[in-house]
Structures are given as C-alpha cells and as structure tokens.
Unconditional design. Structure first.
Length: 438
C-alpha cells in the first residue's frame, strides 16, 4: 500500500491531507473548551449549533462551490481555500460572543465544503490506475482514523503547556502547511466542457449521481453508515459515563475501538477489492454495522450494559463503516468523465452529509427519549433500510459497457461514427441523460 507514496505528487497531497486533518482535530478540541468558556453549562447547545452549521454548510455549499470552481485552476483553488480556513482559525481565539463563533464556523466549513470534493476529485487524476487509486483510498481512510486518535493526544500534550487558545494556532499551521504542500506540486486540471448556466452547473453533479444506479445504491449505504456512525459518535459518552459509570479514559478507549476496526478494514480492503467487486464488500460492511447494533441491543436487554461487549460491538461497527466508505471513491471515479468528477464528488459530499444531518439528531433524540435498547434497534432498522434500498437500487449484474441506440444523433456525429447502436463504458453526460438510454 505504501508503494504509491513513491509518486511525488500523491505523496505531497497525502501529507497535505494529514496536516490539515491534524489541524482540524486540534480545532475540534479547542472549540469544545471555547464553548464552555462562552456558555458554561450551555456549552452543549453551542456545540450542537456548531455541528448543525457544519452539516448545513456541507449540504448546501458543496454543489454551489463545485459549479463556481468548475473553470478555476485546481491548485490555486485548493491553496486559496486553505488560506481562507487558516484566516478563520486565526480569528477564533479572539471571539467574545457565540454568534461570532457561528459566523466564523460557517465560513470555515463552507471553505471545507468547497475544498474537500475538489481535493478528492484530484486524486483519481493523479493516480489513474484503479489498483493504485484503491490503495490511495485506503490510505485516506487511515488518515481520517489516525486523526481521531492523534489529534486528541496532541491536544492533551499541548494543553499541558499552553492555553486552549493556542490550539487554534496549531490549526492555522496545519492549513498553511497543507497550502504549501499543494503549491509544491503541479496538479491536473481537466479541460472544462461547454459553458453552462449556473443552475445547470450547480445541479449537474446531483443529477448525474441520482441517475446512476450504483451511486443511488451508494447513497442508500451512506444512510446505513450514518445510522451506525451516529450511534457511536453521539451516544458513546452516554453509554460509557452514564450507563457504565466509567471515566474519560474509558470513553477514549471506546472510541478507539471503533477507529481500530475502521483502520483494520482499511488495511485489508485493497487486497480484498482486487478479488471481489465493490457491491458485495460494501453490502457486507453495512450488514456488519446493523448486526453490531442489534447484537449490542440484545446483550444490553438480556444482561445489561457491559464494557467488553460495547468494545466488541464498536470494533465490528468500525470494520463495517470502513468497508462501506473506503470503496466509494472507486464508484464515483468510474461514474463520471474527468471534467464532471469535481461535481460528482461534491454531490457525494453533500448527499452523504444530508444522511448525517438526519442521523445525528435522531440518535440523540432516541437515546434521550427512549433509552439504549430502543435507540440501538431503531438505528439498526435505519441501517437495514439503507441495505434494502441499496439492494433494490444497485443491480447485482451491472455491465461496465452498455449497448444502446442513439436515434437522436445524425450518423456523421463523432460519437456514433455511422452506427446507430453501439456499446461503450456508460456514464451519464450530455449525450446519455438516462441510464442505458441516450
């Protein structure tokens, strides 16, 4: 897997991702402490509002940003967005009111909503070989999991020496280092297609996404991942502190179990995906997440909550979570032309976070209003619904090339080359607006 780091361009982009993630992780810790300073006992409300603003920015801004950025040089765009994020982080230590935090977080997350899809769409162009790209996806998944472990540890080390305000300057350093690493390489920028109206460009990625069967299945599996992931991220603190009566370190180890499961799957997936198609691997991952939630619900109902069972359930959920999310880039890569990839990655970014926007409050409401077992069973049911929808929307037998007829094109058109009926790898574009038909 590490052999792909020999590619200088990808190596620099991967390092840019790591330092930016570390900076973001430091900001997450600092925001919690800032919220407590500003609101005291109302800090949970402040943080809840911050996370809601983050999701709204992700869902609403990503498609618009991809439309605006369609004709912008990719490297300049990524560097500019890193600088915007760094500028916002510089301001955060000096805020005195909650509304100022909300405004700055909206700007920061809007920049991230533009940065992340453009960055993700660049990787398959740097690594066009699918096997190498699969390994890059696994490394990316590992980077996210390691960030969840390394950032809190680094924050704890720094807080022993400095105040939490200084953590925001670590965030600034992360974004500046990311910008410097992106500047140090030449990135491919696909040749833009025909000029389109702003509405067409804004909705193009979502229209391609929803017209492609494998991507409709991916969206359903994103719902399953959000259901299980929300149970872990929202309710672990309640399970560990309130239900089990354990301390902060136990919470850290519980979340580590989820991350360890995810990292294990990410390490195993490249070889597995060399032998198996994406669909069965991703469906199995979603089924494992649902089974983990149901298994934990049964254990709690029969014997009460237990920490070893919780660790095992979260490890299994992490395995399934990574098995669903890691291959998604492969599906996106093969579902659009190079010029449309930023738009389709932005659509995935927005639609997947819409699933989280549903799952986050649902997990908290179920746990607070009904308790552990109903929350686990309900979120498992939501994950099962996602699996069933994926089975319906994503056909098991999906040919790479589809035979189809173009009655709407003249025979001299360069796409048909004198043949009304022809076959080629099929993606939704201006000549193929519906799956399997022109």
């Amino acid at each position: 897997m590490l052999a792909i780091l020999a590619d200088r361009t990808y190596r620099h982009l991967f390092l840019a991702q790591i330092v930016a993630l570390l900076g973001t992780g430091l900001a997450t810790v600092a925001l919690g402490l800032l919220a407590y300073d500003l609101a005291g006992g109302g800090a949970a409300m402040v943080l809840g509002t911050i996370f809601t603003i983050k999701m709204v920015a992700y869902v609403g801004i990503a498609p618009v940003a991809s439309a605006v950025a369609e004709r912008v040089n990719r490297r300049r765009l990524l560097v500019a967005l890193d600088l915007v994020r760094g500028a916002v982080a510089v301001c955060l230590p000096f805020v005195a009111e909650a509304w100022q935090v909300y405004l700055l977080i909206f700007v920061l997350q809007s920049a991230s909503a533009a940065f992340t899809p453009a960055f993700q769409a660049t990787i398959p162009e740097v690594l066009p070989d699918e096997a190498r790209y699969t390994r890059a996806l696994s490394l990316s998944r590992l980077a996210y999991d390691l960030e969840n472990i390394a950032s809190p540890a680094l924050a704890a080390l720094l807080l022993a020496m400095v105040s939490y305000d200084a953590l925001f300057f670590g965030t600034v350093a992360g974004f500046l280092a990311s910008a410097a690493l992106v500047v140090s390489v030449v990135l491919p920028s696909p040749r833009p297609g025909p000029r389109r109206g702003i509405y067409d460009r804004t909705t193009r990625g979502i229209r391609i996404y929803l017209a492609t069967p494998r991507l409709r299945g991916l969206l359903a599996l994103n719902l399953a991942a959000a259901a299980a992931g929300a149970m872990v991220l929202v309710n672990s603190v309640v399970l560990v502190r309130a239900e089990l009566g354990l301390g902060d370190s136990a919470l850290a180890w519980t979340l580590f179990a989820f991350g360890a499961g995810s990292m294990t799957a990410a390490l195993a997936l490249p070889r597995l995906l060399d032998r198996l198609p994406d669909r069965p691997v991703m469906l199995a991952g979603a089924a494992l997440m649902a089974a983990a939630l149901l298994g934990l619900a049964a254990a709690v109902a029969v014997a009460g909550p237990g920490w070893p069972v919780l660790l095992a359930a979260w490890t299994a959920a992490g395995l399934g979570y990574s098995a669903v999310l890691t291959p998604s880039g492969r599906l996106l890569r093969r579902s659009a032309h190079a010029g449309d990839r930023p738009a389709i990655f932005a659509a995935q970014f927005a639609l997947s976070h819409a699933c989280w926007l549903l799952a986050y409050p649902l997990a908290g409401w179920l746990m607070t209003g009904f308790g552990t077992v109903p929350a686990l069973v309900s979120l498992a049911a939501l994950a099962v619904l996602g699996i069933v929808l994926a089975l319906i929307l994503w056909p098991a037998e999906e040919a790479e090339a589809l035979e189809h007829t173009h009655d709407d094109l003249p025979l001299e058109h360069p796409h048909v080359e004198g043949r009304r009926t022809h076959s080629h790898p099929f993606v939704i574009d201006d000549l193929h607006r519906h799956w399997g038909r022109p």
